[in-house]
Design a protein around this ligand. Structure first.
Ligand code: TRP
Length: 345
């Protein structure tokens, strides 16, 4: 079976280290392994508009920010097709047909959507486009016949919804046009859902608890120092449970980092053993965490700075990719309409 990878992000601002460990790193790994037939990354501007209709310029301006983040982490336009969602007209058309397979009650039961509705303060005016976005996401994925989706853990309900639509379509129209997909998630538990610097369960732009890939060293240091930990005497035993410093270390610290920045300990296991015994202050752990993060983010930040002056080049990459994406999505739409028998002329 062919391997088609597709994923995407909403352009609502710059990407942060939660995106990085939760999905971007995984994408770079997949790209470098090269074991796929096609690899698409979509900038989901139409989805971003479902809760930003009054702010289209914020979404538009974020397209290039996200593109810079992609290339800065090492994604390569010669290996990956980058495109802009709103420029692929087959997607809303597929969405319209798929809506007929999804009961209203199913849409409002989606746990990620439910959670987002709570945090976004829509009040009683939840936009229809917003509750519908999982169905449009099914169009994004199936238009390319993608079977592998490297995205954050919170995207699993969208993939479940997509699979339900695929099964319904193929059953009702006795077709094999649409393909089922599955998620690719990081193995490291700490990477699955990186908490915010305020300890909130999720790093999120709208909460304002993010460390961005573009943050400079001084900003990272300030944000790391602002992380709240349990107050205790240095000699007292440290607590690992719910300790954001250690969750970040789990996600980022490598044995080489210990050799370079904290040679008293060989690895994270040894540091943890000592921390729970007592005698290691959180200030010391924060210093180490800062050094680890800065070492990982400095090359990304430097590459990103070089890309900042290359807006035209980035736009051309997106334009080329979008052309290719349209060809593939149009072909799938044709097959879908044929399967439904709504091909008149
Ligand atoms: N919902 C994803 C996010 O919030 C963005 C997205 C849109 C996506 N379409 C997709 C992700 C298709 C994976 C596959 O970041």
């Amino acid at each position: 079976m062919s391997k088609i990878i597709l994923t995407g992000d909403r352009p609502t601002g710059k990407l942060h280290i939660g995106h990085y460990v939760g999905s971007l790193k995984e994408r770079v790994k997949l790209q470098d392994e090269g074991d796929y037939d096609a690899f698409y990354i979509m900038i989901a501007d139409a989805q971003a508009l479902t809760d930003n209709a009054e702010n289209p310029e914020k979404i538009r301006n974020s397209v290039l920010e996200v593109m810079m983040d992609y290339l800065a982490v090492g994604l390569d336009p010669t290996k990956v097709t980058f495109f802009i969602q709103s420029e692929v007209r087959a997607l809303p058309e597929l969405t319209a047909y798929y809506m007929n397979f999804v009961p209203y009650s199913r849409v409002v039961r989606n746990p990620t959507v439910k959670n987002e509705i709570k945090t976004k303060n829509f009040g009683r005016s939840v936009p229809m486009g917003f509750v519908n976005y999982p169905i449009s996401q099914a169009a994004d994925i199936t238009a390319f016949k993608a079977n592998l989706v490297p995205a954050g853990e919170d995207q699993e309900p969208m993939l479940e919804q997509t699979r339900e639509i695929v099964r319904a379509f193929n059953r009702i129209y006795r077709s094999q046009v649409l393909v089922e997909c599955k998620a690719i998630l990081p193995e490291n538990q700490a990477c699955l859902r990186l908490p915010g610097t305020d300890g909130d369960e999720k790093m999120s732009k709208s909460i304002g608890n993010c460390i961005y890939l573009s943050d400079d060293a001084a900003t990272i240091k300030k944000k790391v120092n602002s992380i709240v930990t349990f107050p205790r005497e240095i000699e007292a035993p440290g607590i690992l449970e719910g300790n954001v410093l250690f969750t970040y270390l789990e996600a980022f610290a490598k044995d080489e980092d210990f050799a370079k920045f904290y040679p008293e300990f060989k690895n994270l296991t040894k540091l943890k053993e000592a921390y729970v015994k007592g005698g290691i202050g959180d200030g010391r752990v924060k210093k180490f965490l800062f050094e680890v993060l800065d070492a990982e983010l400095t090359p990304i930040r430097e590459r990103r700075e070089k890309l900042a002056g290359k807006a035209d080049e980035l736009m051309r990459i997106l334009e080329e990719g979008t052309k290719k994406a349209n060809q593939v999505a149009d072909a799938t739409l044709e097959e879908v309409k044929n399967a439904m028998g709504i091909n008149y002329f």
